[in-house]
Design a protein. Structure first.
Lengths: 281, 281
C-alpha cells in the first residue's frame, strides 16, 4: 500500500507573518489558475490533508494549505469563535498576496468558508464545503459530548469513530487515509495544543448555538457541498439545509460515508472538485 | 448557437424485432467498455435526448438509446404500468445481444431503471437515475393534473414548464436544450401517440399510488442519482428518499434546476456521469 509517490508529502512548510504572528502554510500545484486555499477541520493541521486529494487538486491549480491561528506550527492564540478565525484566515490569504482564490473548507474549515465569503465576498471565486453545516445547526449543540466520547478512544479508533461509518468498507477506506497522513516523516506539523482544542470546541459549538448572522442567500459564488450519507457529528441533513439556502450550490452525497466523506472517495472527490472549479459557473 | 457538430444527430435509427414487435434504437460511441442503455421520459422519443449528453457519454463508451413499446418508431402497445414496460425493455436489451450494461434512466426511465434492476439484477452493472422518484412517491398522485396544466401550454412553454424553473437562467438553458433537439432534421422519430401518452400517464401515476413492491435496499449496484433543486413533478426530496434506501448510491443536486436538471448542466453531468461509470465502485 501507499506505493504511490505524492508531491504533497515532500512540500516544505513555509511561513508568513501577519501582525506579529507567524503562520505556517504549504503551497504546491500547477500555476496559472485561481488558487484554492484549504481550511482544516477541528484539531487538524497541515498533516491532516489526504495527499491523494491535495495532489489531485494540485495537478490542475495552485493549492495553498494554511494552519490558522494557534494551530499546528502557526503562532498566536486560537480564537473561540468562527468569525474571528475567519478574519485571521483572510489576513493570511492577503499576506500571501492573493487577490482572488477558491476555498476548500472541511468541517470547521467549511464554517470558515461560509463566514469568510460573507465577510469579504470579493476575495473568493468558488467554494467547496465538505462535512459542514450552516450556522444554527442543532447537531452541534452536543459537539462537546461527542468530542469527549472520541477522546476516550485510542488514536486510530478515534480517527475511525469521527470519520468512518461502522461498516467494514468505510472503516477500511478511512484507515487507508490515516496511513497516508503518516507517509510524510520530516518537517511535520505540531499537533494541536489543548488551548487550541478548547477554543475550537467553543467555536464549533457556538456555530450551532449562537444567533445566525450570516445570510447564506447572499453568497452568490458557486458552492460545491460534499457530505457523507451518515455524518452524525454535523447531521448529514444539515448539508441539504445549507444547499437550499445557497442560491448557486451543487450538493453531492457519498454512500456509506460519515464525516470523512471526501477521504473515503478521494479520487471521485478530486474529479468532481476539479470539474466544479474548472467549469461550473 | 449550436455551431457544434454532434454525432448523435446523424446516427441512423435501427430496428430490432422482439416477439413480433419492431423496436427502434440508435447506437453510437467508443467500443470496448460496458454500454449504457438510455431510457426516456414521459412522451419522450429518441429525439428527446440532448446531443451534448449523448455525445459526451459516447466519447467514453457505447451508448444505446431505445424507444420502448409503442413509443416513437417502436411498434406494439405501450403498457400502463412500469413493471411491464421494464420487462419489455429487458427483452429489447437481450435481443441486442447485450449481456451486461449500465442504465441511464430519465424520469419515467428512472422508474424503469429501478424496476429492471430489481427484475434482472445480473444484467446491470451501474445505474444513473435522473429526475425520478421511488415507488410510492406522493408527488406523483397529482401527475395527471400536472400533465393537463402542461398540455394547455404552447409547445415551447410546455417544455419550459416541465423542465425549467421560473428563473431566466434556467429557462434560457432549457430553451437551448430544446433547440438542440431539433438540430436533427432527417430520420426523426414519430411523436408519442395519444394511446402511448395515456398508458404512460397511468404508469407514472401508479408508480406513486400502487403498493411498493421493489425493495431498493436489495439493489446493490452503484447508483448515481441526479436531481434539480426544484423538481415539482417528482418532488426533489424524493431523490433523497431513494438515495437513503439504496445501499450504494451517490446523490447530486444541481442548483436552480427543475425536472430537466441534467439538460440544464449537460457538460457537468457528462463529466460526473463518465467519472461515475468509469471509476466508482
Amino acid at each position: 500500500m501507499n506505493q504511490q509517490v505524492f508531491n504533497y508529502v515532500a512540500v516544505p512548510t513555509q511561513y508568513v507573518e501577519v501582525e506579529g504572528i507567524r503562520y505556517a502554510y504549504r503551497s504546491l500545484g500547477k500555476p496559472g489558475k485561481v488558487p484554492v486555499v484549504c481550511l482544516q477541520h477541528f484539531t487538524g493541521t497541515l498533516d491532516n490533508w489526504d495527499p491523494v486529494i491535495v495532489d489531485g487538486l494540485a495537478t490542475e491549480r495552485p493549492v495553498i494549505l494554511i494552519d490558522n491561528t494557534g494551530v499546528g506550527n502557526s503562532g498566536g492564540q486560537t480564537p473561540d469563535n468562527v468569525l474571528d478565525m475567519s478574519r485571521d484566515a483572510i489576513k493570511v490569504i492577503s499576506a500571501l498576496g492573493i487577490q482572488k482564490c477558491d476555498l476548500l473548507g472541511f468541517s470547521l474549515g467549511g464554517f470558515l468558508a461560509q463566514a469568510m465569503t460573507s465577510l469579504k465576498p470579493e476575495l473568493f471565486r468558488k467554494l467547496i464545503i465538505v462535512g459542514a453545516a450552516p450556522q444554527g445547526a442543532k447537531a452541534l449543540h452536543s459537539f462537546p459530548q461527542l468530542v469527549e466520547k472520541a477522546f476516550a478512544l485510542p488514536p486510530k479508533e478515534q480517527y475511525l469513530f469521527v470519520f468512518a461509518t461502522k461498516s467494514e468498507n468505510s472503516r477500511a477506506k478511512i484507515a487507508a487515509t490515516l496511513e497516508r497522513l503518516y507517509i510524510r516523516t520530516d518537517d511535520r506539523d505540531q499537533s494541536a495544543t489543548m488551548d487550541a482544542i478548547k477554543a475550537q470546541i467553543s467555536a464549533l459549538t457556538r456555530w450551532g448555538t449562537d444567533p445566525v448572522t450570516i445570510d447564506l442567500s447572499k453568497i452568490t459564488q458557486p458552492v460545491l457541498i460534499v457530505q457523507g450519507s451518515d455524518d452524525e457529528m454535523m447531521d448529514s441533513a444539515a448539508s441539504l439545509d445549507m444547499y437550499k439556502k445557497l442560491p448557486h450550490a451543487v450538493l453531492i452525497y457519498y454512500p456509506d460515508a460519515a464525516h470523512g466523506s471526501f477521504n473515503q472517495y478521494p479520487e471521485l472527490f478530486v474529479e468532481q472538485a476539479n470539474s466544479f472549479l474548472n467549469k461550473f459557473d
